[in-house]
Write a protein that binds this ligand. Structure first.
Ligand code: PEP
Ligand code: MG
Length: 753
């Protein structure tokens, strides 16, 4: 016998009454199975609940032997009920005993029943249990009945997740957001953090499941879908129409789903069964999540993820909540958790309250990772499943050195990390005391220490670190986090703000180093086999002089009446330097022609990061105002080892004879030509490596702001003359382990590393 469409609503109303009664969860469950059986004209209705070990326990029944309650246990995957949990899908069978998975339990007395309908009790895509109905007659339950049972299962999910049933045993109810979890991930920005989780996109907990007025719920659902579409259209309008790459693709997919008839129809149907609009969205979302967890095709999984995101947005719209947690009250020690995030979204947060960032996707080249590094915020990416496993307020330990996140950590993990964090804070305090101490070695050699920077948000580091200037300003970072090409005025404004913040301290602006791993979403690029060796940096600038010209014009305007230092990246031939200089000279002439104020002084330099340049130093050095060694690129090209490929990047030691010899040759050549020399690659920021550089004769080094303290402490405890002797000896001697020899030297002579 089929139930009429009105029946589910009657059932939901009854369930609401039962749920409102002040009695135990077990008593409610017992009443609920009676109601369902009566409403669906079934002889049997049973509820099985998952336990943490994966088994299922019969928790309540109408129709089966009451003695079997809490006694019948099915192992993980056993029987029809086990199959439903595994597949997280309904099972509708006219003759249950014919199914290969049927498992006969004599204590239940179910052999007389033929037809069987079971649905998973889902929450967050995970099955907390199974709800079944059975009839003696062989019959096929209708679509409406399956729907009605699924809707009822939502109410049971609430009851199980409330934890009130746990008296009976250790249920697997909130398994995905329970207990300690350790998730391995990829470090995006180094640091350690202890704090509390904040979901970037707050999860709405649906508390009201059953509608008072179905008509009103239908209208609410319709309105919020409309609103959802508008917000997506707005987002799409904000990205550059012509070329927005991947970001645009995601939004297009969102828009497509927001108009997807199937998705909307399923939510409308769920409302028709008597659920509130929120519960209807969640009901359909549960199905999507269950499918997502089973999906192995990465593309389809991604699309289901998109629908899941959209459902969350819809729930927030219905609940009148903000779209992200940035506008909400944050704890003092927030660790932000997100599937992914745009750079601007991260900047919306109050940095003072952020301790860390954990992303489910996003690699180290992502824009949000760049911003996290600029903010000096501990961050990790590729933390698979984190969003699903965390609730706002959960304790989190983030180790962005190793690439690990602990969710709801055990006390010993917390203690171990708290010790580490305290130790670091103490060391930082010592470094802070060195803020105003000049970086001079024990034998009186002054070392100029500068910082690398690239965004407006990292400018405070200049003051905080006590550095003497910015040795490398990577201008492309501003371009990378922007969704459209920054126009002349915008660029001018940014550069002016940087010069203002730096005051008397010098700033070396590097012209755009786009290409390689630095991709601009709004610039169309052709696929390259080896992008690091491809069309990038000055190569692109010379082929598209408009880019360089605009940037130079903006820099000159910003530096009117002040000094402008401009550095060219990836120069491989002297002629490239000459050609770029021509563009710069023309811009200067243009400025003059228009009677605009010029920079007081313009210094133009080149990066030494392509090996071919090493044999042109005699021609290059007299032409330039300064040079800076980009050891990151120089070494990847010298060793033919991709700097972003972990497998090979760490294979060669920067403290090895070929590297030290190349660097020594550069120092000698620059000294001979009297050309100011700096090194701005990562090696300058590591105390032992920086020590070697000083031994080779470098007197100016530029590094990440956080490295200034440790490197300065090293310099203050170093005798440069003695070290030079040691390094020169090592360059010629047969010593295979130069790193080891330098470490021993530092230990023996009291150099602080
Ligand atoms: C380098 O190559 O060493 C360098 C400083 O530049 P980037 O890391 O931006 O390529
Ligand atoms: Mg480089």
């Amino acid at each position: 016998m089929a139930v009429s469409l009105g029946a589910p609503r009657v059932l939901l109303r009854r369930l609401r009454e039962i749920m409102a009664k002040p009695e135990s969860a077990q008593a409610r469950l017992d009443r609920i199975v009676v109601q369902i059986a009566a409403n669906m004209v079934a002889e049997v209705c049973s509820v099985y609940v998952s336990r943490r070990d994966g088994s299922l326990e019969l928790f309540a029944t109408e129709g089966l032997n009451p003695e079997a309650v809490h006694k019948t246990h099915l192992k993980r995957g056993e029987g029809l009920v086990g199959l439903i949990v595994e597949q997280a899908e309904p099972l509708n069978l006219p003759e249950a005993q014919d199914h290969p998975a049927f498992s006969y339990r004599p204590e239940t007395g179910e052999e007389i029943y033929h037809s069987f309908l079971g649905v998973p009790i889902l929450r967050g895509g995970h099955a907390l249990g199974v709800l079944t109905v059975q009839n003696q007659a062989q019959r096929h339950y209708s679509e409406e009945e399956v729907e009605a049972l699924q809707t009822t299962a939502m109410v049971l999910a609430e009851l199980i997740a409330s934890g009130e049933l746990t008296v009976a045993g250790d249920l697997g109810g909130r398994a995905s957001r329970d207990g300690t979890r350790r998730i391995a991930c990829e470090s995006l920005s180094e640091g350690l953090a202890l704090g509390h989780a904040v979901l970037h996109e707050p999860r709405v907990v649906v508390t009201k499941l059953i509608a008072e007025d179905t008509g009103r719920e239908r209208v609410r659902l319709g309105e919020s879908i409309e609103q959802l579409r508008t917000t997506i259209d707005d987002m799409l309008a904000r990205v550059d129409m012509a070329r927005a790459g991947e970001h645009r693709d995601v939004l297009e997919a969102y828009r497509m789903f927001a108009h997807d008839r199937g998705w909307i129809r399923r939510m409308e149907e769920a409302v028709s069964t008597g659920l509130t609009a929120e519960a209807a969205v969640e009901r359909v979302q549960n199905d999507t999540r269950a499918r997502m967890l089973r999906q192995t095709d990465p593309f389809l999984r991604e699309r289901l993820h998109d629908i899941d995101d959209l459902s969350n947005r819809l729930l927030r719209l219905l609940a009148g909540r903000t779209m992200t947690a940035a506008q909400e009250d944050l704890p003092e020690d927030a660790i932000l958790i997100a599937r992914t995030m745009g750079p601007a979204e991260l900047l919306d947060y109050d940095r003072q309250r952020l301790r860390g960032l954990v992303l489910e996707e996003s690699g180290s080249a992502s824009h949000v990772a760049i911003v996290a590094r600029a903010l000096d915020l501990a961050a990790v990416g590729q933390a698979t499943g984190i969003v699903e496993r965390v609730d706002t307020g959960d304790a989190v330990v983030l180790d962005a050195e190793v690439g690990e996140v602990y969710v709801r950590p055990t006390p010993d993990v917390v203690d171990a990390y708290a010790d580490k964090v305290r130790f670091r804070a103490k060391r930082q305090e010592q470094y802070d005391k060195l803020h105003d101490t000049p970086a001079v070695t024990t034998d009186g050699v002054e070392i100029e220490m500068q910082i690398n920077s690239g965004l407006l948000v990292d400018l405070p580091h200049l003051e905080e670190s006590g550095a003497s200037g910015i040795g490398l300003f990577r201008t492309e970072l501003q371009f990378m986090i922007s969704s459209t090409f920054p126009r002349l005025d915008q660029q001018t404004e940014t550069y002016r703000a940087i010069l203002d913040a730096a005051g008397e301290r010098p700033v070396v602006f590097r012209s755009l180093d786009i290409g390689g791993d630095k991709v601009l979403p709004y610039i169309r690029r052709t696929q390259e086999e080896n992008p690091a060796l491809g069309w990038r940096a000055i190569r692109m600038a010379l082929d598209r002089p408009g880019l360089l010209r605009t940037q130079v014009r903006a820099l000159m305007r910003a530096a009117a009446g002040r000094e402008l230092r401009l550095m060219l990246p990836m120069v491989s031939e002297v002629s490239e330097y000459d050609a770029a200089r021509d563009v710069i000279d023309k811009e200067r002439a243009h400025l003059r022609q228009h009677g605009r104020e010029e920079p007081e002084r313009i210094l133009i330099g080149a990066m030494i990061e392509v090996p071919a340049l090493l044999w042109q130093l005699d021609r290059l050095l007299p032409r330039v105002d300064f040079v800076s060694v980009g050891s990151n690129d120089l070494l990847q090209f010298l060793f033919a080892a991709d700097r972003s490929n972990r497998r090979v990047a760490d294979r060669f030691d920067v403290l090895s004879r070929p590297v030290l010899r190349v660097l020594r040759d550069i120092v000698v050549a620059a000294g001979r030509a009297n050309t100011p020399l700096t090194l701005c690659g990562e090696m300058a920021g590591r105390p032992l490596e920086a020590m070697a550089l000083i031994g080779l004769g470098f007197r100016c080094i530029s590094m990440a702001p956080a490295s200034i303290g440790p490197v300065k402490a090293m310099i203050l405890s170093l005798d440069a003359a003695k070290l030079t002797e040691k390094v020169e000896g090592l360059l010629e001697a047969d010593e295979a382990d130069i790193r080891g020899a330098l470490t021993s030297y530092a230990e023996a002579t009291g150099v602080q590393l």
